[in-house]
Design a binder for this molecule. Structure first.
Ligand code: NZQ
Ligand code: ZN
Length: 385
């Protein structure tokens, strides 16, 4: 096991009706900005529940944070915070709204050009406003982590940042709030959470058996409940498991003390920035061929994954690895997330642009060994056509 420092200060309030606990979670004298996305929070009544729970506090609303939240929109929220002396933020939505709120929290107190936060990966964040979240889409884990991914539309750049200053103070997880999700978003959530686990698990053996068993448990749970979450949207227990699994997939726990990959995510971000694919769609395309391209260095873990997660017992090590990769692809397809570039009307002509972008963003030494080059990424995309 590698040395690590583990810190996670986010309180989770989990269960049906938990939005009412905002009355206690948000400081009584807070001047609050509630941030949300398009129309779902209003349409589903969640926004009303939130404002009711906030009672007599000073509350302003900021809607319109888009999927893959943009720097441009978020800077408008920063202006609202500054112009009205607001001191507490509350995100109501999925990963995009929560990520966006993290950025607003840091940017509102940042001196200088806030894009520098992204260019420095968050290292230059000295302080941030306190904030909480009400999660409506299980997928990203943003509700209990210190990461955020922001897109600057004008530059077609989608970049991550991390800072301990942007952990949510609390997150309210009410599985009932997921009932209104479109099928596509539920499927996206299953795939995103699955790939988060894979990025922290499928590297090389690191003598970390408990992290491995946690990761395998999360993967098996997603395989078991993913189809059910799609088929029975109002099955509370299934949605509850999906919600908590997605949170645990990226709250730092399974990644402590083990090597981490994240190459699929970095390549996927370019696909979203240039061609607008949903985040999970990019992962479903990239991960299977990423694993195949790097089969030699990942063989130990691929065989373990094959045996323990997919119960593949027959054949050589290579046979097991291949079968596990194909099971992974088939699982993504089975929940309705397509795994080929062609499924999204992308072809070989688009690959140069994607690789150029990757290079422009300095993503030239990816993966747990830092040996995944743009040329590897080109081969991965060619194999994903
Ligand atoms: O905008 P509205 O109208 O609210 O609709 C949203 C949005 O269109 C809708 N939605 C959310 N909750 C709903 C609902 N519709 C009906 N009922 C509900 N209860 O779902 C759509 C997608 O929402 P979004 O927040 O974009 O999805 P997701 O949670 O998958 O977040 C994706 C973003 O998170 C980033 C991604 O890159 C992407 O930008 N990620 C953040 C991570 C992190 N902070 O740790 C890690 C991830 O790897 C990921 O990169
Ligand atoms: Zn992700």
């Amino acid at each position: 096991m590698q040395d690590f420092s583990f810190y996670n200060p986010t309180r989770i309030e989990f269960g049906a009706g938990k939005i009412s606990s905002l009355a206690q979670l948000v400081p009584a004298n807070a001047r609050v900005l509630v941030l949300f996305g398009g129309e779902s929070a209003r349409r589903t009544g969640t926004l009303d529940e939130v404002t009711t729970a906030l009672g007599g506090r000073e509350v302003q609303l900021f809607g319109g944070i888009e999927p893959n939240p943009s720097f441009e929109t978020l800077m408008e929220a920063v202006a609202v915070v500054r112009n009205n002396d607001l001191d507490f933020l509350l995100a109501v939505g999925g990963g995009s709204v929560i990520d966006g709120t993290k950025f607003v929290a840091a940017a509102a107190l940042f001196e200088g050009d806030a894009w520098e936060i992204l260019l420095n990966g968050g290292q230059n964040i000295a302080r941030a406003l306190p904030f909480g979240s009400v999660l409506t889409l299980p997928a990203t884990g943003s509700e209990m982590n210190k990461g955020s991914v922001i897109t600057r539309k004008a530059l077609q750049a989608k970049l991550p940042f991390m800072s301990e200053r942007v952990f949510p103070r609390f997150s309210v997880l009410d599985p009932v709030k997921t009932y209104t999700l479109p099928t596509r978003q539920v499927a996206n959530g299953v795939v995103d959470a699955f790939v988060h686990v894979m990025e922290q698990y499928l590297t090389y053996p690191a003598q970390a058996p408990v992290q491995d068993r946690f990761a395998e448990g999360l993967l098996q749970t997603l395989i078991e409940i993913g189809p059910k979450a799609l088929a029975e949207p109002e099955d509370y227990q299934t949605r509850a498991s999906l919600m908590w699994t997605a949170t645990l997939a990226l709250n730092g726990l399974i990644g402590a003390g083990v090597p981490q990959d994240w190459a699929s995510h970095m390549l996927g971000h370019e696909l979203t920035a240039l061609h607008g694919l949903d985040h999970a769609q990019t992962l479903a395309i990239v991960l299977p061929e990423m694993l195949r391209q790097r089969k030699a260095t990942k063989l130990g873990k691929l065989v373990q994954y094959a045996e323990r997660v997919w119960n593949i017992r027959e054949g050589s090590e290579d046979d097991k690895a291949e079968a596990a990769i194909e099971h992974t692809r088939a699982f993504f397809e089975s929940v309705g997330v397509k795994t080929r570039l062609g499924d999204y009307r992308l072809n070989a002509e688009h690959i140069d642009g994607i690789i150029d972008s990757l290079q422009r963003h300095g993503m030239v030494a990816l993966g747990e060994h830092g040996d995944v080059t743009p040329e590897h990424c080109r081969q991965i995309l060619l194999a994903s056509l």
